[in-house]
Design a protein around this ligand. Structure first.
Ligand SMILES: [Zn+2]
Length: 475
């Protein structure tokens, strides 16, 4: 998503805010100073899969909730069998309404690996420099996770009684494919704990122009479903000294080229239609891409507009299912005709389409009955597109207008994958909340020298606190 927004920001001509968003934060309010200590504690608790412990981080965050007055019955530390260091935390603040459904604050505790030797500063010491916090997890996503914990604690301490239950689920394993995944585990084992009208998660947020000005705020509404398929050609083979045209490697090659040349039909959801309309408007009618985006949102059958918008690889992927060859194997000896050749095809399925529909589409594209297309590794359930619900969008738009006058809130569908799919599968729509912001370069998330502007952390926290309270007080 960063790339996509960065592209948009490259040409956007939006009015600038009076106050630079990377201006220093001083002096801190007492509640901000207390939050800084909690954020520091969470960031400095190493939660990498290799050397860290989400369980320790969960215990430390639970201690804040206990100190704030939560009874033991409202706090649950959990870990999956065989994964003692990959634990998490669940907590609930009870609401006054008997009928209003809870809201859920979702956050992952784990971070991507970080090697001290490669970093300028120690990745597990929170260092404040040039109005930025530096350390692994400062951006992805301990600013938001710390905000959730701090909110839960302050709500309790202040005697705040929301209408809805406010639930919080902190999980491990989001950053490592194939690792124990806390969100998946909760959805499968304790759907009663986390049941909610909807959940707020990472995935949304603001982007600056790279010089401290917030240009755009986004809310993530939906994502595509990753799914692998295996395309395989087989043959009786034989001696390579007497070749024939009938050859598994050639057949597979032809099949792969057909997949390369095929564009799945254009699709739109409410989210992507709104995205293209609003992003296009932000780019302006003068801009070729901006005009085409707006036109396509109005009329998805406009082939000329589709061609312009699809020329951008990110937009291309937001408009359809995509499938691409990612791994290849074939043959068994230098001097033998191949008996087998296969490829992994990684698809990103558009919301509303199924795995089997996509497999059948591949069969048709390949158009060769000798080639088998089978379903490969499945990461999780099919992503359910959350509705563009005015009850969710309305308060978010109002707050963006209050905190960031002149900055648009744009709904985005991720072409990647998040933990949202596991909750979506049990009927909890997940929204990536706006509020905090990052820079167009991605702030080193997953990479070196990860950072977050101090103002983004503190203002983002105020924004999210207001947002949670608005949702929690509205049935
Ligand atoms: Zn993350």
């Amino acid at each position: 998503m960063n790339k996509l927004l960065a592209g948009l920001l490259g040409v956007a001509m939006l009015p600038q805010l009076a106050l630079a968003e990377d201006a220093p934060m001083s002096p801190l309010r007492p509640d901000q100073a207390a939050f800084r200590a909690l954020y520091k504690e969470l960031v400095e608790t190493n939660t990498t899969l290799s050397a860290g412990s989400c369980t320790l981080a969960a215990q430390r965050m639970a201690a804040h909730l206990k100190a704030a007055g939560y009874p033991d019955s409202d706090i649950k530390l959990y870990s999956g069998p065989g994964h003692p260091k990959e634990g998490g935390l669940f907590a609930v603040l009870h609401g006054t309404s008997k009928t209003a459904k809870p809201i859920l604050l979702l956050g992952h505790l784990d971070v991507v690996e970080a090697k001290r030797a490669d970093w300028v500063r120690d990745p597990f010491t929170l260092i404040e420099e040039n109005n930025y916090f530096y350390a692994r997890g400062t951006s992805d996503m301990k600013a938001m996770t710390a905000t959730w914990v701090d909110d839960m604690a302050r709500f309790k301490q202040s005697g705040y009684h929301p209408k809805r239950d406010i639930k919080m689920a902190l999980t491990c394993g989001e950053e490592t494919a194939g690792a124990f995944n806390g969100a998946q585990w909760l959805a499968q084992n304790h759907p009663d704990w986390i049941s909610a009208a909807f959940a707020l998660n990472e995935g949304g947020g603001g982007r600056t122009d790279g010089h401290g000005k917030v240009m755009i705020q986004t809310i993530q509404v939906g994502e595509k479903t990753p799914q692998d398929f295996r395309v395989e050609a087989t043959n009786v083979g034989g001696h390579s000294s007497i070749p024939i045209r009938d050859n598994a490697i050639y057949e597979l090659s032809e099949a792969l080229l057909k997949i390369r040349d095929y564009d799945f039909p254009l699709k739109m959801t409410d989210t992507t239609r709104s995205y293209f309309a609003k992003s296009g408007a932000a780019l302006g009618d003068e801009d070729k891409m901006g005009a085409a985006m707006q036109q396509l949102a109005k009329n998805p059958r406009d082939k000329a507009a589709e061609a312009v918008v699809s020329s951008d690889r990110s937009y291309h992927s937001m408009l359809r299912t995509t499938c691409v060859a990612t791994l290849l194997d074939g043959g068994h000896a230098d001097n033998a005709l191949p008996q087998r050749a296969g490829a992994n095809i990684n698809c990103r399925i558009f919301p509303g389409e199924t795995v089997e529909q996509t497999r059948l589409a591949l069969v048709k594209i390949v158009g060769d009955p000798k080639i088998k297309v089978t379903v490969g590794t499945t990461r999780g359930p099919l992503a359910e597109p959350p509705p563009l619900d005015p009850k969710v969008m309305g308060p978010a738009e109002k707050l963006v207008a209050k905190y960031f006058p002149t900055v648009p809130l744009i709904p985005v569908m991720s072409t990647g994958a998040t933990d949202g799919v596991f909750l979506g599968a049990i009927g909890i729509p997940v929204y990536g909340a706006p509020g905090g912001w990052g820079d167009p370069d991605g702030n080193g998330a997953h990479g070196l020298n990860e950072r977050r502007s101090t103002r983004s952390v503190y203002v983002g926290r105020d924004f999210l606190t207001d947002l949670v309270k608005t949702y929690a007080d509205t049935e």
